[in-house]
Design a binder for this molecule. Structure first.
Ligand SMILES: Cc1ncc(C[n+]2csc(CCOP(=O)(O)OP(=O)(O)O)c2C)c(N)n1
Ligand SMILES: [Mg+2]
Length: 335
């Protein structure tokens, strides 16, 4: 680790560890709650991706927009969505980001530019390209970031989006989270070329393959790409290579993942690895790290307690905020 020279100041490293650990703990607790049957939602864990999320959090502001996927917990936190609102949405409660009607697949928070998340693989990219085009036409100096998995690079919408963004030099950053699995299929079984950054270069935009387990390497790559977008110089494709350290969903069996491969990747589990690095490089003392950890644990526990204490939407609100014209839908069902 430490491919950024000079290394960021301690305040920045603290923010990054805070975000990384919040993501990790909320992620693991969500999976545990889903397994226990208390969280009745399809939850897609992000374990293995936390370093990229921490770097996104450090680089983006609420003026930038993000379009994410179903595997979105760290992205939402990176964009500044409060964990209370995220958890309330996962639990289907009225205080959630979509008032409890979206669930994990439809987290959004317009107030911080967390514009949309989708459950359809590859479908976020054309949305992000549209947002970037709007920003370019408006002349505003912001970036649009879209995150997606390795599997999404085999979808038609990915190719259309890359082509369009490169042609129009749109201020968008394509963030490919290469966890080396598309559901239950390893990348080499569904893609003839597993070098995704190389493939993307054919679209004539800057591309880069980055160690997705290394938060500082992620930071360097994202800073460069986001600044390029803010200067309206065009798109960038970043491939962050890491590994899915869990099953596809929080409750899914993943005994099909080769044990040696998983064990090797687990040695680089982002949050504990960053902790070791912070101590080994004397950025913080053990007591200071423990203080951050206590703060994060309290923040995460509070968000779960809050979510569980909030009400579900009332049955007569079933059409509210769901369709653009709910009065019209009611007239159909009442007839
Ligand atoms: C268009 C489409 N095809 C198939 C699916 C079913 N599906 C859900 S997740 C997933 C795997 C996608 O893999 P990847 O893009 O690498 O993302 P990851 O889940 O690994 O984060 C698939 C095939 C879907 N949701 N949408
Ligand atoms: Mg994948």
């Amino acid at each position: 680790m430490n491919t950024r020279n000079p290394i960021p100041p301690p305040e920045a490293l603290k923010r990054m560890y805070h975000l990384m650990l919040t993501t990790a703990l909320a992620d693991q607790k969500s999976s545990a709650e889903a397994k226990a049957g208390r969280l009745a939602a399809a939850f897609y864990p992000v374990r293995g991706m936390e370093a990229v999320c921490a770097a996104l959090g450090e680089v983006l502001t609420s003026q930038d927009r993000m379009v994410s996927t179903y595997r979105n917990l760290g992205d939402a936190l990176a964009k500044g969505v409060p964990l209370r609102s995220i958890m309330a949405e996962l639990y289907g409660r009225t205080s959630g980001t979509s008032r409890g009607k979206g669930g994990p697949m439809h987290l959004q928070d317009q107030s911080v530019g967390f514009t949309a998340t989708t459950g359809v693989v590859g479908s976020g990219m054309p949305i992000a390209v549209g947002l970037a085009m709007a920003a370019q036409l408006d002349g505003n100096e912001s970036a649009t970031v879209t995150t997606f998995g390795d599997g999404a690079t085999s979808i038609g919408a990915y190719h259309e989006s890359m082509n369009f963004a490169a042609l129009w030099k749109l201020p968008v950053v394509f963030v490919c989270q290469n966890n080396q699995w598309g559901e239950h299929t390893p990348i080499h079984k569904y893609a003839p070329s597993t070098e995704l950054a190389e493939r993307a270069a054919a679209y004539n935009m800057p591309t880069r393959k980055v160690d997705g387990f290394d938060p500082l390497a992620c930071l360097v790559a994202l800073e460069e790409a986001v600044e390029r977008a803010r200067r309206n110089e065009g798109p960038t494709f970043l491939e962050f290579v890491h590994y899915r350290l869990t099953g596809h969903t929080g409750t899914a069996d993943f005994s099909y993942v080769p044990k040696d491969e998983l064990a090797k990747a687990m040695e680089r589990d982002p949050a504990p690895t960053f902790r070791k690095w912070l101590l080994a490089n004397s950025v913080f003392t053990e007591a200071q790290v423990e203080e951050i950890e206590a703060e994060v644990r309290a923040y995460v526990d509070d968000a779960f307690d809050f979510a569980e204490s909030c009400p579900f939407p009332e049955p007569d609100e079933v059409f509210t905020d769901v369709f653009a014209d709910s009065a019209f839908v009611r007239s159909l069902t009442d007839a």
